[in-house]
Write a protein that binds this ligand. Structure first.
Ligand code: GLN
Length: 509
């Protein structure tokens, strides 16, 4: 399989041109995205222009950087100067940011080529990408299933080889859960490790940007490029991040791993069995593995669904018809505000704004928002106690494999439950990674999740590498998403097509 590291290696050494790599990926998007709908916008000429600059640098003997010529997709809540950033919402219709997010600047500086902006649940609220105002994304392993969410477009774009790497945001699981459902690696870094300047805010005390990749090493490579202090983000950690790649193959000899009951219970049988097999693999590699309980994890979901909507109701107050995007006129300013927000926001966003406004309202603040803050502290303390006994924790990422499109949209609670295992690390601000393990009986990816204390990315990813190496693995998506040699994508190759009806044909490669 061609990785981002392979692409960068070939481009840096002049073996392969960045323009050819970009063209191959853009062609693949042209062919496949009609069926999968991973992208909200594709900037063909922009991408080819960036790729040409990379090639020129190589020709002039300059090193374009560690991601030279690597095609990257960006979740559409990351600001990109001069190209639309919609957050999959009608309310941002026509808004074009006047600046790039810090992560976008860093990626370009490292030689990456941005191919487009990916689909997502509106304002990152959801777990299936079905709450996009522009229609859902399909799971490349089975187009009748969801890719997970909210960063479903990014996960599916990487899984189907339309981009070698992608960025998403994770407030309650929105990188890890879609990564699990699409069979790719997804990492939520420590809160503050990656600058959020230019990330459209959902719940500011939880939001974090992180990578999607087809391997742990590629996720580590991308993390090294995007991590670091940024004076433009007041929550950015002042110290420089530890090197991750250099120690990636150091193994887990002597590392203490706790398998957390609460991060597995209620999951389907195949998910439970993946977690035990991953635990065995870590033990075989020399880790001391023990099962443990962290009952406070059970508070996570309820606390999150008060705190995240409360913060969202405040963050989304800025979409008033005056400053950004859509305006629906009315006889006075208030009527214009109401008409704009009524037309511009989808149902799930409205539900969150109402929940959050209620939780913060006078008379209810202590009972709801205040209680949830206390529960968050209980979760933090419980993790702190666990990390006195363990270096890392292991659990499931998602309770089930990818569910059918439409299955959970009518029942918000069942949708919210998709993130029951991912939310605790957001509340704690800790890093966690989803690693593909195998495919379940339905042929869909099953993943496990590794969690560590703040700034433990080097160890978390080392253990993820061990898990990846021992995993039976997830075969790339069905036949027509791949070239016939089974590689996932990347270097220039013959174009592959979808069925004559424009829909992906199912079946093994
Ligand atoms: N699914 C969760 C929610 O709807 C998490 C979303 C996210 O991480 N952005 O809030």
């Amino acid at each position: 399989m061609t990785t981002a590291a392979d692409i960068a290696g070939s481009v840096r050494s002049g073996q392969c041109s960045a323009v050819d790599v970009a063209t191959a990926h853009l062609d693949r998007i042209d062919q496949l995205d009609r069926s999968l709908h991973c992208f909200l916008s594709v900037d063909r000429s922009g991408a080819l222009g960036e790729a040409e600059l990379v090639d020129r640098a190589v020709a002039a003997g300059r090193d374009p950087g560690p991601l030279a010529g690597v095609p990257v997709a960006l979740k559409d809540n990351l600001c990109t100067r001069g190209t639309p950033t919609t957050c999959a919402s009608r309310i941002l219709d026509g808004w074009v940011p006047p600046y790039d997010a810090t992560v976008v600047e860093l990626l370009r500086r490292a030689g990456a080529v941005v191919v487009g902006k990916t689909n997502m649940d509106e304002f990152a609220m959801g777990s299936s990408t079905e709450h996009s105002a522009f229609g859902p994304t399909c799971n490349p392993h089975d187009p009748s299933r969801v890719p997970g969410g909210s960063s479903g477009g990014s996960a599916a774009a990487v899984a189907s080889g339309m981009a070698a790497l992608a960025l998403g945001s994770d407030t309650g699981g929105s990188i890890r859960q879609p990564a699990a459902l699409c069979g790719v690696v997804g990492l939520k870094p420590t809160y503050g490790m990656v600058s959020r300047y230019g990330l459209v805010a959902f719940a500011s005390s939880l939001d974090q940007i992180g990578p999607f990749a087809t391997s742990v090493a590629d996720a580590a490579l991308m993390l090294e490029v995007i991590a670091g202090h940024d004076p433009r983000d007041s929550t950015s950690i002042p110290s420089s991040p530890a090197a991750v790649l250099a120690r990636l193959s150091d193994g887990v000899q002597g590392v203490r791993v706790g398998v957390v009951d609460e991060l597995v219970e209620g999951a389907s049988a195949e998910v439970v069995s993946a977690v035990s097999s991953a635990a065995e693999a870590l033990a075989k590699a020399g880790a001391s593995v023990e099962s443990t309980r962290i009952p406070a994890c059970r508070l996570g979901l309820s606390a999150y669904y008060l705190l995240a909507p409360a913060e969202a109701s405040s963050n989304l107050a800025r979409y008033d018809g005056v400053r950004y995007g859509l305006r629906v006129d009315g006889p006075d300013v208030e009527a214009m505000n109401v008409a704009t927000r009524t037309a511009g926001f989808g149902d799930e966003v409205k539900r969150r704004i109402m929940l959050g406004t209620f939780a913060l309202s006078s008379g209810y603040y202590d009972a709801y928002y205040g209680q949830a803050q206390k529960a968050r502290t209980v979760v933090l303390d419980a993790f702190a106690a666990a990390y006195e006994r363990f270096d890392l924790l292991l659990g499931a990422t998602a309770p089930t494999t990818a569910f059918p499109l439409g299955d959970r949209t009518a029942d918000p609670m069942s949708m919210y439950l998709s993130d029951v295992f991912t939310i605790p690390s957001n509340l704690a601000g800790h890093p966690a990674v989803s690693v593909p393990w195998t495919t379940g009986g339905d042929g869909l990816p099953v993943a496990v999740q590794l969690l560590g204390p703040a700034l433990a990315e080097p160890l978390v990813l080392r253990a993820a590498s061990v898990v990846e190496a021992s995993a039976p693995g997830v075969p790339p998506p069905c036949g027509d998403f791949l070239p016939s040699d089974g590689t996932r994508s990347a270097l220039p190759r013959q174009a592959v097509g979808s069925g004559s009806d424009g829909l992906p044909r199912e079946g093994p490669a």
